[in-house]
Write a protein that binds this ligand. Structure first.
Ligand code: FPP
Length: 163
């Protein structure tokens, strides 16, 4: 039966947000290095996106890398950035095939230039799609998001747009 006609899938949320957490703890329980936990975590992302697309979730936000995460050891950050870049490069075709728009939130300008380039390219390549939105929260902080939202509201007020 196609997913859209299953009655148990009719009352799904429009938006699901996931905090990518526990990679390190999982790796420890398995006796693997932390980076292996991150690698498995990023592999799971593909499966989650595919399932969400299939059942018709319109927005999936993944809180992947917080502002605080910049304080982690340099090697771990390098590995995470490499995983992010690899994810974007290797999943592009699949995003396009499934008409999924990739977006980002957070202070992404802090990302290494090569990762930011691949992110912007992927955003541009998928910008016409709206079947599903995959939002990556990168270098995010809740405080920062609130400040950005307030600035945006003030800017609109300045332009005379009432909300
Ligand atoms: C939390 O685990 C996870 C992270 C800090 C990073 C998650 C990001 C990636 C795997 C990069 C690739 C991103 C995508 C979107 C494919 P943790 O280390 O805080 O685990 P712990 O809480 O068990 O210590």
């Amino acid at each position: 039966m196609p997913p859209e006609s299953r009655s148990d899938l009719k009352k799904l949320p429009q938006h699901i947000a996931i905090i990518m957490d526990g990679n390190g703890r999982w790796a420890k329980t398995q006796g693997f290095p932390r980076v292996e936990g991150h690698r498995r975590g990023s592999e799971n992302v593909d499966e989650i996106v595919t399932a969400c697309r299939e059942i018709g979730i319109r927005y999936l936000t993944l809180y992947a890398f917080s502002m605080e995460n910049w304080a982690r050891p340099k090697d771990e950050i390098t590995a995470l950035m490499a995983l992010l870049k690899e994810f974007l490069l290797s999943k592009r075709e699949k995003l396009i095939k499934n008409e999924i728009r990739l977006l980002s939130i957070g202070d992404v300008e802090r990302l290494p230039a090569d990762v930011l380039n691949v992110l912007r390219e992927t955003e541009n390549m998928t910008s016409n799609f709206d079947k599903m939105h995959l939002v990556l929260a990168l270098s995010y902080s809740s405080r920062d998001e609130i400040v950005r939202a307030v600035h945006a509201i003030l800017k609109e007020k300045e332009r005379g747009v009432e909300g």
